[in-house]
Design a protein around this ligand. Structure first.
Ligand SMILES: [Zn+2]
Length: 165
């Protein structure tokens, strides 16, 4: 049976964590940029976009985060864009692409689903979530711990409930 999208997203996130993460929290994203040949910086993207990733053949992937948004939100967007980079590189062998994240009302397709599942798995590893749950951490406490928004924690918890394995 073909691997489901959420499974491959989780597998790719775990692979990256295993390869180049020092095990400390909050998970730092900079080392993954190096590993994936990506660059990330912030710029004023206006009100409609939260992030962009683009790649030209043979060039590093360029991730742009919105300088109008708070750091925690940008961390998730950054991880989401890395999800697009991984999906294109590892699963589609595509070297020339671009994705835009709308601040709201995003068209939600399998690429976006993959990128979100990947970002959640990268920033909030399942084992740690389960440990924090045993310690009775609230979503607000978890957001503090993982340095992401409460909204991102709640989405991650929902996804883990829907697809526990
Ligand atoms: Zn996206």
């Amino acid at each position: 049976m073909a691997e489901l999208v959420y499974q491959s997203a989780r597998r790719e996130a775990k692979k990256l964590l295993d390869n180049c993460w020092d095990g400390s929290y909050p998970v730092r994203l900079r080392p993954f940029n190096d590993e994936l040949n990506a660059e990330a910086y912030a710029a004023d993207l206006g009100n409609k976009l939260s992030g962009v990733v683009s790649k030209a053949s043979g060039q590093p992937a360029k991730i742009v985060l919105n300088s109008r948004h708070v750091d925690r939100r940008n961390r998730f967007t950054w991880a989401h864009e890395l999800g697009h980079v991984v999906e294109r590189r590892e699963l589609a062998q595509d070297d020339d692409y671009s994705f835009e994240e709308l601040s709201r009302g995003q068209d939600y397709d399998l690429h976006e689903f993959f990128a979100d599942e990947f970002a959640g798995s990268l920033l909030m590893p399942k084992d740690k979530i389960e440990e924090l749950q045993r310690w009775n951490y609230s979503p607000i406490d978890m957001a503090e711990f993982f340095d992401v928004s409460v909204d991102a924690v709640e989405k991650r918890l929902k996804r883990l409930t829907r697809h526990p394995k």
